[in-house]
Design a protein around this ligand. Structure first.
Ligand code: HSE
Length: 365
């Protein structure tokens, strides 16, 4: 039985990964060891074939005993530990949620429903590094898989509405704290009219007491049209990832342009995206619908009517679920090769944990 080490299993992505692995009985197929950067010697989660004692995640020799390591610990940990492991000659598989190694030539970005065959080729040919993709990229590719597979897309513009969870657990809690502060301020002025309340809320948001240590700005009653660092191109790093990662996952030698504005909104854990899809040739709506609908087990086509859209195509409807709905699909007035669409996906499932779980199972086969 292969020995698999888990690092960062207590964090948000790690916890979702653990939950999913338990639900799918994955631990029965491996010998599991749990590592911690701060709590070595503690009690590990009780799983089938699991080592009950937590090991030291900062000890490369302890880590090197594993056939595979799965890290949800974050990019700083990867940058510190991974090079030491390889330098010491460790030949195991490194499976990672962090972006640090994603664009390296010797790594594969994993997204089972879209590139399982390429992952298999890489496993067969001895590639050792398997990295989960950016959440918006992975969710968009699952939704548009059929159109990419049929080579119908000339370019895509994706305008994102990204949940607080993408920024981390502290940010999720900060958003709720911001909402509580807004709610408390509202409760103090029950008789005010809407315009007076709006002024009052803006004063609340601008106050030095308003909780914003993590976001740096109010997200409640607001949105933040910049995610991650600034690049010389004028894109945010999150926007830059869309094209480079999507094309790497798809294995394209000629890149398909993917670009847009990435925006943080006050959803908790589902990322949404408004898509403008430019097709290479005009196609009938029913053809586009069928190609999207039948592409993989996870995409769900939502009919373009108001009631179904508002019931099924929202962060509140999709949270905690593995399917990736896409709707609002219609030809645009821009021309007969342009389609509008909107998609929503759970940022912690197919956006983060699930691709890691799938590649681990695939590697164990
Ligand atoms: N970078 C993403 C975000 C999450 O900030 O929403 C991780 O893919």
């Amino acid at each position: 039985m292969k020995r698999v080490g888990f690092i960062g299993w207590r964090g948000m992505v790690g916890s979702v990964l653990m939950e999913r692995m338990m639900a799918e009985n994955d631990f029965a197929h491996m010998e599991s060891h749990f590592y911690s950067t701060s709590q070595a010697g503690g009690t590990a989660p009780k799983v089938t074939n699991g080592n009950p004692v937590v090991l030291n995640a900062m000890d490369p020799q302890e880590l090197a005993k594993m056939d595979m390591l799965v890290s949800c610990q974050g990019g700083d940990y990867t940058k510190e530990i991974f090079p030491q492991l390889r330098k010491n000659g460790w030949k195991g598989l490194w499976i990672d949620a962090a972006s640090a190694l994603r664009m390296d030539n010797d790594s594969v970005i994993v997204l089972d429903p879209v590139n399982r065959a390429n992952i298999q080729k890489a496993l067969d040919s001895g590639v050792k590094n398997y990295i989960g993709g950016n959440c918006t990229v992975s969710l968009m590719l699952i939704a548009l898989h059929g159109l990419f597979r049929e080579n119908m897309i000339e370019w895509v513009s994706s305008m994102t509405y990204q949940a607080a969870s993408g920024a981390g657990a502290k940010n999720m809690i900060e958003l709720l704290d911001q909402m509580k502060t807004v709610g408390n301020s509202f409760a103090k002025h029950p008789a005010m009219g809407a315009l007076e309340l709006e002024k009052e809320m803006n004063t609340t948001l601008a106050s030095s007491e308003f909780p914003k240590a993590n976001f740096g700005h109010p997200l409640a009653l607001n949105l933040l049209p910049w995610i991650d660092s600034e690049l010389p191109s004028g894109q945010s790093k999150e926007e830059w990832k869309a094209q480079v990662e999507a094309n790497k996952i798809l294995g394209n030698t000629t890149p398909i342009p993917v670009d847009g504005t990435c925006v943080r909104v006050s959803a908790l854990r589902c990322h949404s995206q408004g898509l403008t899809i430019k097709l290479k040739k005009s196609a009938h709506l029913s053809t586009v619908e069928e190609i999207i609908r039948s592409a993989n087990d996870w995409v769900r086509l939502v009919p373009n009517d108001k009631a179904t859209t508002l019931r099924d195509l929202t962060p509140a409807a999709v949270t905690g679920r593995l399917h990736v709905p896409i709707g609002r699909l219609r030809p645009m007035t821009l021309g007969d090769t342009y389609f509008n669409a909107f998609t929503v996906g759970d940022q912690l499932l197919w956006g983060a944990a699930e691709p890691l779980r799938c590649v681990l199972r695939q590697a164990l086969q």
